[in-house]
Design a protein around this ligand. Structure first.
Ligand SMILES: [Zn+2]
Length: 162
């Protein structure tokens, strides 16, 4: 990397991972000025492998769109939706792979929605897992309800322990 001040060669003095990027502090071998660079994995470099084996470029817009549909008319702010999309995008890049199966993205989204909003979660899961009959969907809702009840019981237990 050329020094932006004198165009001489530089070396890395510190490397740190920040959200979605690698931050490097560099020092010029000539003029000794320090500067910072950020390396990002370009979105175009991340391919999503669909269930049928087809590949397409990862699209953050598509992810946001899917989240918005799931969160429609729920008490979830646009900022929260954008934040989840940014987090998931960051997680995907940190995997450091050029290809990611679509299921991995689906699971990451479901993890987030599950703790955020039951309705949004079930909506997303019903589309994503393509529940073909309502029985499967009902099972999923029941499983979710039981899990929440267990969590509540655990919280109550913890409150008693205090
Ligand atoms: Zn320099």
């Amino acid at each position: 990397m050329k020094c932006p001040f004198c165009a001489g060669p530089s070396h890395v003095v510190d490397t740190r991972e920040v959200s979605e990027a690698i931050r490097r502090r560099r020092e010029c071998d000539g003029c000794r000025q320090r500067f910072t660079t950020y390396e990002r994995v370009s979105a175009a470099n991340l391919q999503v492998v669909k269930g049928d084996g087809r590949r397409e470029d990862f699209s953050r817009d598509k992810l946001v769109h899917g989240l918005r549909l799931a969160c429609a008319k729920r008490p979830i702010s646009t900022d929260a939706v954008e934040g989840i999309a940014a987090d998931i995008e960051g997680q995907l890049y940190r995997l450091g792979r050029s290809e990611v199966p679509s299921e991995v993205i689906g699971e990451l989204v479901m993890d987030r929605l599950q703790s955020l909003d039951d309705v949004a979660y079930v909506r997303f899961a019903s589309v994503y897992r393509r529940f073909t009959d309502l029985g499967v969907l009902a099972d999923e809702i029941e499983r979710l309800r039981e899990m929440k009840e267990r969590e509540r019981a655990q919280r109550d237990q913890m409150a008693l322990d205090l």
